[in-house]
Design a protein around this ligand. Sequence first.
Ligand SMILES: Cc1cc2nc3c(=O)[nH]c(=O)nc-3n(C[C@H](O)[C@H](O)[C@H](O)COP(=O)(O)OP(=O)(O)OC[C@H]3O[C@@H](n4cnc5c(N)ncnc54)[C@H](O)[C@@H]3O)c2cc1C
Length: 422
Amino acid sequence: MKARERPVLIIGGGIIGLSAARALHRRGVPCTILDQEPIRDGASCGNAGLIVYGHPPLTRPGVSVQGLKWMFDRKSPLYIRPRLDGDLARWLLTFHRHCRKPHFEACLAVLAHLGWETARAFDEILEDAAIDCDWRPTGWLDVCLEAKNLDAAEHEIDHLAPHGYTAERLDGDALRSTDAAFGEAVAGAIRWNQSATMDPMAFMAGLRRSLVADGVTIREGTDAGVERLLVEHDRVVGVVLATGEVLHADRVVLAAGTWSGPLAATAGVDVPMQAARGYHRELTGLSNVPSVGGVFRETFIAFTPMFDRLRLAGTLEITDLGRPWTRSRLENLTRAARPYLEDLEAGEVTAEWAGYRPCTPDGMPMIGEIPWARGLVVATGHAMMGMTLGPITGRLVAEILCDGAPSIESPLLDAARFGRVG
Ligand SMILES: Cc1cc2nc3c(=O)[nH]c(=O)nc-3n(C[C@H](O)[C@H](O)[C@H](O)COP(=O)(O)OP(=O)(O)OC[C@H]3O[C@@H](n4cnc5c(N)ncnc54)[C@H](O)[C@@H]3O)c2cc1C
C-alpha cells in the first residue's frame, strides 16, 4: 500500500470523530476510528440532545465571577471542585480573562456562522443516513419562572438577531395553551426558532451504522486505546496503542474529547482542557411531556423529549476525571425541574448517567492542523455545544485534510493557539 493510501486514523468515536469519518468518507478518503470505550457511553450519547444553532460560548461576561461565588456550593449548577492543581489554576485564570464582552461578541459571530452551516450538515446527514432519532426541528424554549428573568432572556435575542436567528416571547398562558406540561408557576418562555432536539444516543447509533455500512473501520474497546502520537521531524507518522501496537498513518485526527490534552502533548501541542462533568436522568410514564425541549432558566437544567422519555440534563462540575458521581446532583435534576413541570412525580426514573464536556479556557473549540506536526488535525474542545457543532466540525476536518484549508477560518478556532507544551 502506498503511503498516501493509508487510512486516516481518527482518535475518538464521539460525535466529532464520527462526523469527521463521515465527511472524509464522502470525499473518498478511507478512515479508521479508534476508541478506547464502546461508542455508547460517552458525552456524545448522554448529552441533552439540544441542537442549538448559534449557541453562545461558556465564556460569557460575568460567568467567572458567578462561578467563584458558587465554587463551594455543591447544589449550584456550576461547581468547581477545589483542588491543588497548577493546570486548573492556569485554566481558571485564562477563563476569567476571556469572560469579557468583546471576546463574547467575537465568539458569537463565529459560532453563529458555524450554526447555520451545521444546520445544513444535519439536514444532509439525517436525509442521507435515514437516522431515526426523534428529530424535532421545532426550536428550543428558554423557560422562566420569574418575569424579570424572562425580560433578561428576551434581551438575549439582541445578540443573535444580527446573525439572522429569530425568537419570540411567550407568556405563561400562551406557552401552556400549546404545551400543557408547563405548570402555573411558569412566567413564560423565549422560543428560539432555528434549533432542534433529538435522542443523541439514537443519532450516534444511526451514524455509526451508516459508517459501518459504508466500509469505515471502527475499532473500540481497550485494545483500541491510543497511548501516544508518533511524530517525526515536523510530521505525524502514526499512533502507538496502549497494547504497544504501532499503527502508521500520514494523517491523524485527534478527537478524543476531554482526554485530548495528554495525547496532544505527545506531539508538543498544548490543549489546556478541563473536564466539566454533567449528569442526566430519564423519566418515563409521564402523562404530560413537553413537545419542545429547552432549558429551565433559573436552574440551568435542560429538558428534552426523546421518544417516550423525558431527559433532564445539566450541571457543570469541573472535576478530575474518574471521580465518583455526586449522587445528589442526580436528585437535583428532578428537584430543579419540579417547579416548571406538571405531573413530574408520576414519572419513573429509567436511566441515570454522567459524562464529561471538553472545555477550553477561552470557550471555543480547537479545529485545525498543527504547523509543527503536519498531518495532525486537532478537533476538540466543544464544551456544551459539541453535539450541535459535530457535523460542521467533521466537514472542516475533511476540508483541511483534502483541500489544505477549512472553508471557515478564524483565529478563535485555531488548534495551535495555545502554543507548544511547556
Ligand atoms: C450533561 C451534558 C449535556 C450536554 N448537552 C448538550 C446539548 O444539548 N447540545 C450540545 O450540542 N452539546 C451538549 N453537550 C456537549 C456534548 O455532549 C460534547 O461537547 C460532545 O459530545 C463532545 O464530543 P467529542 O466527540 O469531542 O467527545 P466525546 O463524545 O467525549 O468522545 C471522545 C471519545 O474519545 C475516546 N477516547 C478518549 N481518549 C482516547 C484514547 N486515548 N484512545 C482512543 N479513544 C479515546 C473516548 O472514549 C470518547 O468516546 C452536553 C454534554 C453533557 C456532559
